[in-house]
Design a protein around this ligand. Structure first.
Ligand SMILES: Cc1cc2nc3c(=O)[nH]c(=O)nc-3n(C[C@H](O)[C@H](O)[C@H](O)COP(=O)(O)O)c2cc1C
Length: 280
């Protein structure tokens, strides 16, 4: 079919392909660690992602060059801190990125201020308006040069003036540094949060026809259906799909009252429901 879009061209896949011809904005963190002798270390890292979303064992995943001092310290001591440098500290990010010999404390050359953390030994950077204190859960090597570490989030800290801030105020207050990749591994490109667009997700068109528009595949017992009606309309189709998949994977074809209640208890704890705006 003819259209007016430019045609797509296949580009070579190179090392660091994700920042070569691809634009993939990522939040920059500075990971602080200490080595076995207790000497602190700081390094920028954008290869970090939330790994376990639930509250039972909140975890993050780090992707690092296996020979970086940071990942070696994490594996040796089992602790690290995730700091989010505000946009005005891009110079500090590049300072921490310089290849200092092992055992050199990059923080001695940075503007950001190390202060004691609450639950782990590596320092927190005071200027970071949000902080994750972490312990090592496990690590594995992707190949001979890349290592992944999974960390348990043991403490989430936010500056006191941001605790009750609206989401846009929080975003602007934290002012995270976003990396847009680099040119030639030399010129780093940064940006910060600018426009914030807020849009409301809409419920399926006819609320009263929800049972039919959701398109259930399994039989639902009456109590489970009643319970389902308490789930906000805009997430109900997702809940149905998830519940049916779990029940079907268990080899059953009926969503019983008891099974659905256990799913609700497990996946929609009160803390999660608190996050969901159910107001009209
Ligand atoms: C914006 C930015 C993002 C980075 N992200 C990563 C990353 O995700 N993984 C990685 O291994 N190195 C990353 N680096 C490079 C390390 O920070 C760099 O290798 C550093 O020297 C490691 O320090 P260390 O040996 O003290 O741990 C990044 C650097 C910058 C400037």
């Amino acid at each position: 079919m003819k259209n007016n879009f430019p045609s797509k061209v296949s580009v070579p896949i190179k090392v660091f392909w994700y920042s070569d011809r691809i634009v993939w904005p990522k939040t920059v963190t500075i990971i602080t660690t200490v080595n076995k002798e207790g000497v602190p270390n700081a390094a920028p890292l954008s290869g970090i992602m939330h790994y376990d979303n639930l509250d039972k064992q909140p975890r993050v995943m780090l992707h690092m060059r296996k020979f970086a001092h940071t990942i070696q310290n994490i594996c040796d001591t089992g602790e690290f801190v995730v700091n989010f440098p505000p946009y005005e500290y891009t110079d500090d990010i590049l300072e921490a990125c310089r290849f200092y010999p092992k055992g050199v404390n990059e923080l001695d050359f940075m503007r950001m201020t190390p202060i004691p953390s609450q639950k782990v030994k590596p320092p927190t950077l005071a200027e970071s308006r949000q902080v994750l204190e972490c312990t090592l859960d496990r690590f594995y090597d992707l190949d001979e040069s890349q290592r992944h570490a999974i960390g348990n989030v043991v403490n989430i800290l936010v500056d006191e003036d941001l605790v009750d801030a609206s989401r846009p105020e929080l975003c602007k207050g934290v002012d995270p540094t976003i990396t847009l990749g680099d040119a030639g591994r030399r010129y780093f490109h940064w940006t910060r949060i600018g426009d914030i667009k807020v849009e409301e997700v809409q419920s399926p068109p006819k609320e009263e026809e929800i049972r039919y528009s959701v398109q259930m595949k399994l039989e639902w017992q009456a109590g489970a259906l009643k319970k389902l009606e308490e789930v906000p309309g805009f997430i109900r189709p997702m809940v149905v799909e998830m519940a049916e998949q779990i029940v079907a994977d268990e080899g059953d074809d009926v969503v019983t009252d008891a099974r659905f209640q256990r799913l609700i208890d497990k996946y929609t704890p009160p803390e999660l429901m608190d996050r969901i705006d159910t107001s009209e």
